[in-house]
Ligand binder design. Structure first.
Ligand code: ADP
Ligand code: MG
Length: 206
């Protein structure tokens, strides 16, 4: 069995419909098992190491801000190597514009690398990531209960359309403001946390 690290990134941890949809998939435990789940706010040093291979890329400062701005949901799953491949298939491609129709990222990701979920890409990386993260957060028990449905609206596709405008330099002010309003409707967050989520969401578009 392979170990894999799973992270609900801030866009999935707080947008409640996205979180419920992703949890519905994960909790099906089709051919994997969720071994742990916990809230944890990673320090920048951990994200620097975790995404070491991306250092120097233009989006890297945003990526570190995205992954450290708020507590995220971190877990461990076990699966056979083949099942892990199938989970990555269900997840979809990294960048939202390329993500396969019907995949989790196509369904819930907003734009670019604002893509909901981290999942180790193979058994070897899974082992290394689990060992690294286990020094910071417990990866042995499920200590968070998530809902697989919510009253909160799901504005993913509207957000994607607005994000495309902002990234293209079209109606930037109006579209950014509407993104703030729609994200706020999807979440139940205090103002200061909402502002962090707005910052990393809009930060993906510049
Ligand atoms: P994955 O998460 O699909 O395994 P990578 O490991 O290549 O993808 O990249 C890690 C994360 O970095 C991505 O999930 C995404 O959030 C971000 N990222 C990677 N490439 C890009 C890109 N070209 N533009 C914006 N963000 C990116
Ligand atoms: Mg990866």
């Amino acid at each position: 069995m392979a170990n894999a690290l799973l992270i609900f990134k801030p866009d999935a941890a707080y947008r409640l419909a996205a979180r419920a949809g992703i949890w519905g998939w994960l909790a099906s435990e089709r051919d994997w098992k969720v071994e742990s789940l916990a809230w944890f706010q990673p320090p920048p040093s951990l994200i620097n190491d975790h995404y070491d291979f991306l250092q120097g890329r233009p989006f890297f400062p945003w990526l570190v801000d995205f992954m450290t701005a708020l507590p995220v949901l971190v877990g461990r799953v076990t699966a056979s190597e083949d099942a892990l491949k199938r989970m990555r298939h269900d997840l979809g491609e990294t960048r939202i514009a390329q993500s396969r129709p019907g995949s989790l990222r196509e369904r819930y990701g907003i734009f670019g690398g604002l893509n909901c979920l981290h999942l180790s890409d193979a058994a070897g990386t899974g082992e290394a990531e689990v060992a690294r993260w286990a020094k910071f957060v417990q990866l042995d028990r499920v200590e968070v209960e998530l809902e697989d449905r919510t009253q909160q609206p799901d504005h993913t596709y509207h957000l994607r359309s607005l994000a495309t405008q902002v990234a293209g330099g079209i109606h930037v002010e109006a579209a950014s403001q509407m993104i703030r309003e729609l994200v706020a409707e999807e979440c139940e967050l205090e103002r200061s946390e909402l502002e962090s989520l707005w910052r990393v969401t809009l930060g993906a578009l510049s």
